[in-house]
Design a protein around this ligand. Structure first.
Ligand SMILES: CC(C)=CCC/C(C)=C/CC/C(C)=C/COP(=O)(O)OP(=O)(O)O
Length: 317
């Protein structure tokens, strides 16, 4: 087996970035561009697979990622639901304008425009992302925190929008949009989002959210949708295991959709798959008892997995 040392992590200090005013910042030639700064500052598990891509693909993925962060923050940060919906609608207008030839209104929309034009990104997928974030806002006026024990179909729709759409955009950046790669992108998007949901149960409960689907809760003997009550229920591990099993199924579907065909820049998607599959395995091993325990994939590990995948020697999940 080839032995390698993980690459040094990027340590250059980055200026804090205000997520709500991204597109109002004046350009600064010395600072990293906005999409790069947002992505680097995020500490994302997926930073290194994106960072190691060739420059134009990296720029496109950073633009997509920064857009996701921006609309996600609109849904997550404190604020009135009506104001959040208005902010998401403003993004809908910005996206529409980019597709009908309008000028970008700031650095992030400029980065998105570059990615859209270079990789023919479908407008419907960018709009699907906004629709997905809006699902986190809907219902807040009635005192609920948006998603609370949705039915399985609603959860899958949510995953399709907030993660499947990223996959459908990413495969175009990776120059692969054939049906098998689309199946891969959708299965992987769902696998990643379900894993993310299982890791962030406690954090989401603080926002009044509970993404565990009603059917799996009921099958485990949990009847209710109050996040704190459900997370304290003794049968919670059964529901989590059932959702983890569903995530495993999606990982397996993703792997088989591109078996032997992970050519070109699709290595970056393979790295994302390995990283989050490792995370899922660690969550299952931890056993869903202490939801505040930090189960994660570190940045060094993320860089190492990304380098291995880039070199065509992906490590085991
Ligand atoms: C073909 C292809 C590339 C498919 C995958 C699509 C994809 C990357 C979907 C994103 C799903 C997800 C859980 C994002 C969380 O990112 P985060 O940065 O918040 O994650 P973190 O909290 O673990 O850092």
């Amino acid at each position: 087996m080839l032995q390698m040392t993980p690459p040094p992590l990027e340590t250059a200090p980055l200026e804090p970035v205000s997520m709500t005013s991204l597109d109002k910042q004046a350009p600064d030639k010395k600072a990293p561009d906005t999409a790069t700064a947002v992505t680097a500052k995020s500490g994302s598990t997926f930073y290194w697979p994106m960072r190691l891509l060739p420059a134009s693909k990296r720029a496109a993925m950073f633009a997509i990622y920064a857009f996701c962060r921006c609309i996600d923050d609109i849904a997550d940060e404190p604020g009135e639901p009506a104001a959040k919906r208005a902010a998401l609608d403003a993004w809908r207008r910005d996206i529409r304008d980019l597709y009908i030839g309008g000028a970008p209104n700031g650095p992030l929309t400029a980065a998105l425009k570059g990615a859209i034009e270079r990789y023919s990104l479908p407008r419907a997928e960018l709009e699907a992302l906004i629709d997905g974030m809006a699902m986190d806002v809907a219902g807040e006026e009635s005192g609920s925190g948006g998603m609370q024990a949705p039915d399985l179909d609603t959860l899958r729709l949510y995953c399709r929008r907030v993660a499947g759409a990223v996959g459908m955009l990413a495969i175009r950046v990776f120059d692969r949009a054939d049906p098998a790669t689309e199946r891969f992108a959708l299965a992987l998007g769902e696998a990643l989002q379900l894993t993310n949901i299982l890791r962030d149960l406690a954090e989401d409960a603080e926002l009044g959210r509970l993404y565990l689907p009603r059917e799996l809760l009921l099958a485990a003997g949990i009847d209710g949708n109050d996040p704190d009550a459900v997370l304290a229920h003794p049968a919670l591990p059964r529901a989590c295991e059932a959702l983890a099993a569903l995530a495993e199924t999606r990982f397996a579907e993703a792997r088989s959709a591109i078996a032997g065909q992970a050519r070109g820049s699709l290595w970056a998607a393979t790295a994302m798959m390995v990283l989050y599959h490792r995370l899922l395995k660690r969550l299952r091993a931890a056993g869903w008892r202490d939801l505040t325990a930090r189960v994660r994939v570190g940045r060094r590990e993320s860089a190492w997995v990304a380098v291995r995948c880039m070199l065509g020697i992906p490590p085991a999940a």
